[in-house]
Design a binder for this molecule. Structure first.
Ligand code: SF4
Ligand code: SF4
Length: 449
């Protein structure tokens, strides 16, 4: 039996005080269907469970840093007083020298000045879900009546901005916005003025039987009962992002970021890649060798292996019956985390970018390798495109770090290289950028008369 004596020094819990309940009905959100796991439930974390959870979390951490992370569903549906009570409980159980980071992931709908003031006073990092400009966002992020949510989300965002709250934009990348990489990125950077951006690819895996129903969305509020989403099947919904296009989405944004925004805008995929190129542990489980240290806590105390595996087979236990640290350190959970590494197909084991990719998240490993082995990640083609594309700039940034220089110096180095490449090109020569066009019709268009 695998064990972890004393448990890990630190671990991450996504606490879902309203379970999967949300005030929106985003079509791709299969988390909504998890309501079916608890039929008839009110889906509200009780105060005694809040206290049990915080006490266990703070007492079991042996690191000075502890993150208290709220997620949903939509956690703000608990009301502000719940979070005020949470702060009191955290103060009660905080150990001497312990520093607490507060995070919350929200759709922004309920955020007003009261919420924003609370987040500012308590130094929260607020993740807000936006899928790009209004037309792109409203494709799938709709309410119970099927109406787009963009305008209400922006009102919430403006309230956060007015109070100078730290904000991280979480953008899902799906069939609707994947071909608009720069429009999405520039909207976040220039119009919203955010500095922290996370991209999450939408991959909705389904069986052939469920596909027609799943294509209509995962909510339960529009009169039809939906199936419970579980990791089964070899089909994907129409909303699911195409793997290669996802890779190009990332490379397109990377090419802009690397020229102007290093050190100014933080894109989680790029930060994590740099950590892997630099030989340091990245912060993202998806691109780590193993996982298992990020568990999900349901509103009733049930603890699951991961937020993506809130399914009966991955229930570790209830923290009212078994201390959370024992569940995190259990053989079941350790095996779950090691399986990420140990179940890789041979195709990944010999892959040139495995050190950066590690096969991605197991939840998306449901396609076959070119030689017919099961267990390849649905996003593999995109990962190969992205990680191969960033190889040279990542190596250069890592070298800069080793020389105690800022990675942002890379922008000037690349600009110098580009100027040298174009210096002696004649107007009628092929453009050095490999576009296939003449220089005067391509990069030379602005300088040639
Ligand atoms: S299953 Fe995926 S999302 Fe969950 S911890 Fe592992 S890598 Fe992360
Ligand atoms: S890029 Fe593809 S083959 Fe390489 S490690 Fe990732 S999933 Fe495996």
């Amino acid at each position: 039996m695998l064990t972890m004596p004393g448990g890990p020094a630190a671990y991450h819990v996504l606490a879902k005080p309203t379970g999967p309940i949300c005030n929106l009905d985003c079509e791709y959100c299969f988390f909504l269907s998890k309501e079916m796991l608890y039929p008839g439930d009110r889906f509200r974390m009780a105060d005694d469970l809040l206290e049990t959870y915080i006490q266990q979390l703070l007492e079991s951490h042996r690191t000075p840093e502890v993150t208290v992370a709220w997620q949903g569903g939509e956690p703000t549906m608990m009301g502000l007083d719940f979070f005020r009570r949470a702060m009191v409980v955290i103060d009660k159980y905080r150990k001497p020298g312990q520093h607490i980071s507060h995070t919350i992931q929200t759709n922004g709908i309920l955020i007003n000045d009261d919420w924003a003031s609370f987040f500012k006073e308590n130094d929260f990092l607020v993740g807000i879900s936006v899928d790009g400009t209004k037309d792109l966002h409203d494709m799938y992020r709709v309410d119970k009546r099927g109406q787009g949510s963009f305008d209400r989300v922006m009102r919430g965002f403006d309230a956060l901005k007015a109070r100078d709250v730290d904000v991280n934009v979480l953008c899902t990348v799906h069939a609707g916005n994947v071909d608009h990489a720069l429009k999405v990125y520039r909207f976040f950077r220039d119009d919203m003025g955010v500095r922290f951006i996370q991209f999450i690819p939408i991959v909705e895996r389904v069986t052939e039987t469920l596909l027609p129903l799943a294509n209509r969305g995962w909510g339960t509020e529009r009169g039809e009962l939906r199936p419970l989403y579980i990791q089964q099947g070899h089909h994907v919904t129409d909303r699911t992002v195409d793997a290669e296009r996802f890779g190009r989405f990332l490379t397109t944004i990377f090419d802009e970021w690397v020229r102007t925004d290093i050190g100014e805008v933080f894109v989680q995929h790029f930060d994590t890649a740099l950590a892997n190129w630099h030989g340091e542990p990245g912060a993202v489980c998806v691109f780590s060798e193993t996982c298992g240290l990020a568990v999900a806590l349901e509103h009733n105390g049930d603890l699951y292996s991961c937020d993506h595996y809130v399914e009966p087979d991955y229930l570790l236990g209830n923290i009212k019956d078994t201390p959370m640290i024992e569940l995190v350190a259990s053989a079941q959970q350790i095996e779950f985390g090691l399986a990420k590494r140990d179940s890789l197909p041979a195709f990944c084991l010999t892959c040139e970018v495995r050190f950066a990719c590690h096969g991605g998240c197991p939840k998306n490993r449901f396609i076959q390798t070119p030689d017919g082995e099961d267990g390849l990640n649905y996003l593999c083609a995109g990962y190969k495109i992205f990680f191969n594309h960033v190889d040279r700039p990542m190596r250069m940034m890592s070298d800069l770090l080793r020389a105690n220089r800022a990675p942002s110096e890379l922008s000037a180095i690349l600009a110098g290289e580009e100027a040298a490449r174009f210096a002696d090109v004649g107007r009628n020569d092929a453009c050095p950028c490999s576009s296939g066009r003449k220089y005067k019709k391509c990069h030379g268009a602005t300088t040639s008369s």
